[in-house]
Design a protein around this ligand. Sequence first.
Ligand code: NDP
Ligand code: MG
Length: 389
Amino acid sequence: MRSISIFGATGSIGVNTVDLIARQGGAEAYRTVALTGGRNIARLAEQARALRAEVAVTSEDDLYAELKDALAGSGIAVAAGRAALLEAADRPADWTMSAIVGAAGLAPGFRALRHGGTLALANKESLVAAGPLLMAEAARHGATILPVDSEHSAVFQALVGEDMAAVERIIITASGGPFRDWPLARLAAATVAEARAHPNWSMGLRISIDSASMFNKALELIETREYFGVDPARIEAVVHPQSIVHALVGFSDGGLMAHMGPADMRHAIGYALNWPGRREVPVARLDLAAIAQLTFEAPDEVRFPALALARAVMRTRGLSGAAFNAAKETALDAFLEGRLGFLAMAEVTQDTLARLGGALTSDPDSLDCVLDMDHLARRTAREIIAARG
Ligand code: NDP
Ligand code: MG
């Protein structure tokens, strides 16, 4: 029986993962080792009971008693806190979903690679902040990392049976988000409610805002560079409002392989779960005649400066991805709390990178080194935000 663990089970990706596993036989077909969540104890307990998990872990120390009560009499072990998340990752599983949001997902993902199994990677922050280390850690332990981000799953699928030497370019698409047509002046005053209303995808709060600001696409450009090992000059983002084509791979003979599918993360999660095979996934089937038109346009890097910042990070590499992600997360916190304007998120991120300057160019030799930069960049970004008043 295949064993699985899900980190971030209670989130948007996590719930879809649990749903697919339940449809593929649930506890009868899989041995669930660990399920982890954050504050949503009721959902975590329900999932742990349904999949008969060995251990359920909340990242929040203060919620230990609540989780213990919720799972009383179930025989499921309960733990809480950051150390407990790492201990859960130390329990071997054949397949692990990494779907914690943000830099908090780095350490558990790294630990899970030690078993040499498969890591389904939704947590793109891992590749942005620590791409070379993560890929090296996987290689050292004979582990497989499979992309779950829809664009990267699409590229991965378009590359099956292909020779990387023949790849000329990789194009990932962006819906353009809810603000695709908004002028700069209106963007400056955009609210959280407006920014979270994604036109095509249903996702967690943070990634929805990152989609509106194109920070998500910026992270994904870096993710593409790190996962596929392609020169940044060969990686493009194109705005495609219908979100039907998720990515394209261009080959040296002029051919372009496009991956199309509905805007439903269960496709990419299902692919990672069943790879190298495929199984039925209950997503809508595309009606191409009803869709009628697929359109593409160049992204506007003036209104969406995150993309240019990503280009700079891809040139510098070293610790710049860790700083970029941490500054972005800090600016996003401030935007969510109403302390920072929508466009100011990119300004704060840019100023943080500028202030850290030379410290960003060295290559980290350990995850601790990356996490130190993460903390330094958060502190720097907070100072920059405070100084703006
Ligand atoms: P959600 O916010 O919906 O879920 C995040 C999960 O992480 C929840 O289980 C949450 O627990 C848990 N969590 C939050 N903070 C912490 C913490 N500090 N320590 C440990 N666990 C924590 O996010 P998404 O599911 O949208 O995204 C998850 C990851 O997948 C992100 O990296 C995102 O970029 C990526 N991704 C998401 C896509 C999507 O469609 N949603 C598409 C492509 C990539 P709780 O809710 O219980 O507090
Ligand atoms: Mg994506």
